[in-house]
Write a protein that binds this ligand. Sequence first.
Ligand SMILES: Nc1nc2c(ncn2[C@@H]2O[C@H](COP(=O)(O)OP(=O)(O)O)[C@@H](O)[C@H]2O)c(=O)[nH]1
Ligand SMILES: Nc1ncnc2c1ncn2[C@@H]1O[C@H](COP(=O)(O)OP(=O)(O)O)[C@@H](O)[C@H]1O
Length: 204
Amino acid sequence: MVKKGMLIVLSGPSGVGKGTVRKALFEEPDADFSYSISMTTRQPRPGERDGIDYYFVSKEEFEENIRNGEMLEYAKYVDNYYGTPLKYVNQTLESGQDVFLEIEVNGAMQVRAVAPDAVFVFLTPPDLIELKHRLIGRGTDDMSVIDKRIKQAATEIRMMRNYDYAVVNDQVDNAVEAIKTIIKSERLRVTRVMPEYESMLGDD
Ligand SMILES: Nc1nc2c(ncn2[C@@H]2O[C@H](COP(=O)(O)OP(=O)(O)O)[C@@H](O)[C@H]2O)c(=O)[nH]1
Ligand SMILES: Nc1ncnc2c1ncn2[C@@H]1O[C@H](COP(=O)(O)OP(=O)(O)O)[C@@H](O)[C@H]1O
């Protein structure tokens, strides 16, 4: 039987650096997992491309996908829908490849309910002042949106205890190393038995 891939879920408040850390992680030479592109009703930011950063859809299209059972999970976040298309995740896991999701906390808990073997990592800022600085520094959202995101961050950080791991994004390199270590170790744990040991241990 082909070994199924592992699902890795990264959450964290808006502006903590999830996108930055994820992109750095995928540039590592030994990165052998796939990124699941989310669907959203939010407007694209300058430079964002449909089918690369997100699948940008209308509210009607998103709701149609929900009705048809085509989402692994979805949530409303600051006035917009965000969700993970089920088909890509299933197909990729079935092919034996690990899949990486970058999603907010309510969606992550939905994934936990259907995929308890998934690995849940929460990326946290050094503090909330720094979080606000990063959101302002990114320059993609106006102040009213930033305030909503900061408010949401407090709720999200309280959810950190429901995750398997917390990683502080003080420096991108540190966070990338920490996540790489978690993934390596979890791959062994999910496999349960290292191939080298199989013949020695025999059947259960
Ligand atoms: N539940 C869920 N959340 C998502 C998904 N895709 C993105 N998000 C989250 O939605 C929130 C807002 O995303 P976005 O508007 O791109 O802002 P950013 O994270 O600050 O760049 C973030 O917490 C994302 O992690 C998804 O497919 N499902
Ligand atoms: N470790 C870090 N130290 C300082 N700035 C960071 C760090 N990680 C990310 N940033 C910056 O913070 C802003 C938000 O990062 P981003 O990856 O867009 O966050 P998220 O995807 O979590 O919303 C960006 O301007 C990014 O360059």
